[in-house]
Write a protein that binds this ligand. Structure first.
Ligand code: HEC
Length: 150
């Protein structure tokens, strides 16, 4: 009886940990990605050299900085997408978990619909300048894997 209780509590704790680390619905996220992002960013988020940035192993570094977390919500492709706030949060959390597993910061707080609603607008007008500021800040912190130009 006692042992069963311990096993149950452990299972519940593990489940809670998994739920908090991966706060997204993969089926809905993939659908949102396919319909709203993939056409430009390509199927696996590799982007198109010279035209569309890769979203792989770069966003994890951006979201480690408060202004980078906001940048990701306010780039035109995300900000102006037809996705609802909850859907955009879901897609971004999925992109961060599946395409940025090694760069996503430990203790990353998943995006919420409330946060997206408050910060996604207005869309950035000078994306290149905002992005360069972020890349320079990463470089100053020793992170040189996010390219200045894509
Ligand atoms: C019409 C093409 C297009 C669509 C659709 C699109 N994007 Fe983008 N995205 C771009 C381009 C081009 C950039 C580079 C910045 C700019 O010019 O807006 C970019 C930049 C980004 C960035 C910043 C990455 C970096 O390294 O600077 C993120 C994050 C992003 N997009 C996420 C998304 C998400 C999420 C979706 C779907 C909801 C999406 N985009 C839809 C074209 C697109």
């Amino acid at each position: 009886m006692k042992l069963a209780g311990v096993v149950l509590l452990t299972a519940m704790a593990l489940h809670a940990a998994a739920a908090s680390a991966e706060a997204y619905d993969a089926v809905q996220a993939r659908q949102g990605w396919v319909l709203n992002c993939m056409g430009c960013h390509t199927t696996d988020g590799s982007g198109i050299p010279g035209k569309v940035p890769a979203l792989r192993e770069s966003l994890g570094h951006f979201v480690a900085m408060p202004e980078g977390r906001e940048f990701v919500m306010r780039v035109p492709g995300a900000s102006n997408s037809a996705l609802s706030d909850a859907e955009l949060a879901n897609v971004l959390n999925w992109v961060l978990a599946t395409m940025n597993a090694s760069s996503r910061p430990v203790g990353f707080r998943p995006y919420t619909a409330e946060e997206i609603s408050t910060h996604r607008r207005p869309a950035l007008t000078d994306v290149a300048k905002a992005r360069m500021g972020l890349v320079k800040k990463l470089q100053a912190n020793g992170i040189t894997t996010v390219p200045e130009h894509y």
